[in-house]
Design a protein around this ligand. Sequence first.
Ligand code: AMP
Length: 588
Amino acid sequence: MIYKELVAVYEQLEGTSKRLEKTWYIALLLKKTPLEDLEHLCLLLQGRLFPAYDEREVGVASRLVIKALSLATGHSLDKVEQIWKKTGDLGKTAELLIAKKHQATLAQQHLTVRKVFENLRKLAELEGEGVVDRKLKLIAELLTSASPLESKYIIKTVLQDLRIGVGEGVMRDAILWAFFTRELHILYDNRDNLEVVTEFDRKKYMEYAASVQRMYDLSANFGEVAAALKKKGKDAFGTIELEVGKPLKVMLYQKAKDIKDAFETVGKPAAFEYKYDGFRMQIHKNDESIELFTRRLERVTNQFPDVVKVVKAQIQSKACILDAEIIGIDPKTRQWMPFQNISQRIKRKYDIEETIRKIPVMVNVFDILYADGKTLLHEPFSKRRALIERIVREKKDEIQAARQIVTSSEKEAHAFYEESLKKGNEGVMAKSLDKEYKPGSRVGYGVKVKPVMETLDLVIVGAEWGEGKRSGWLSSFVLACRDGIHFREIGRVGTGIKELESEGVTFEKLTKLLKPLIIEEKGKEVTVKPKIVLEIDYEEIQKSPTYGSGYALRFPRVLRLREDKSIRDASEISYIKQISPRASFARG
Ligand code: AMP
């Protein structure tokens, strides 16, 4: 398949925000894609070069793209930057520059999907000396044979910044529409944005959708799902099975207001467990071979040889898949460390032995999905838990089954919740005893109960001009708290801001308010006079040298614009100091 066909669909997708329309365009493309290109195509449609569980990264920054554009088009770096500033988007910049060049040379070949995919993947695989130079050449080479529009999407893919709104739901439905168009009587009328299925078909549609979703949950790879369906139609349902070594999507949990609410969702009696403040790890053991994945299915085996070792020694099952929460243990005090202290271990590629000494971790196993040749997804939780207790040979501060009680009593559950918080945990999880494990779903088979956080009122002191869809708008905002008459930075926020005025505060509105307040502009960064107050929600307050306040917010999000508040009403640093220890384990 030629790359141009994919690019035409990218353009269609960029041109609409309607979900059904997107689904239809992708479905049409999938239908005509030959089997050998399907896997690549599904990844490229999502702006990816690897499935989530593959840890390789393209690792190309804007700087390098600017250089490649200069090399491929003969324009100076300054010129490229100038256009970038105007368009706010390097993809668009590539399109403009390559268009100019084409008028001059018209040298063009037909790029294939395979060629683009393979060259871009090479970017991630290059290693050793002169990597940057070789990456530069690879990108420039592709650009030389690309049309202006093709260049736009090559650059967007290189920068992992496709933004055409193809989420998992759209991909799943597009696959369904592509391979079962007739069977499900799928008619789509572009003009009315209507998906027409009869009542009878809707039921069948839901069943088919669930089967396709299940294939994806178990493989985490749409390419594999599409290829299987193209080959075998509905005979492929259920053929993707759990495989040790290949990660599957994790089950997610809903939020409950309090213990009473938790019981209402999960029933009585229920299991209550500590909600450890660490990060989730999916552990695959196949004899001596261990693989570790994060909740986003990134492979982290190499970063955690200590976990590999303890799993090998303490798990009494030949082959299994475990769901666990990893927490850090302070080597001096033996206290549990909050998440921020261990998060650095996830990315750590060097000096691993030393980091293990500084930040040892403990594995808390809370679920099991597979053991010794048998899938356990459909077993009730109580049975899965019993198996955990059988196969996890506990070792102090290294590995254990998540601390659990089973109760019908609110009083008892409350006491357990208090005990958990005292230990520095985030709260508790409440789980139904009789429910299965649903990969990828936020079903109410388990809920979390955590204390509610106090929000902060923070002042905007800076911002950054946006790119792509957000060009022309300020899109990332520097927040500050009050320290007497001074303002001290505490973080940056870009989430929680809405597209429509009716939904809340928009980029447009903030840009309008801030533009007259700009004091200084440096590249894309602007400094503004403190005037605008935002109410900010966050997951955690961390001590951090990055910002002037000495604190940083983890996952801040804008709740609302507080036009009723003046900068004198902004949260004081002393208050932040006071709530931060609580806020560091009472997340969200
Ligand atoms: P949240 O990240 O707030 O949505 O809460 C769910 C997360 O809590 C899971 O994804 C796990 O990483 C974590 N967690 C900690 N302890 C447990 C536990 N005992 N059972 C399930 N999840 C847990």
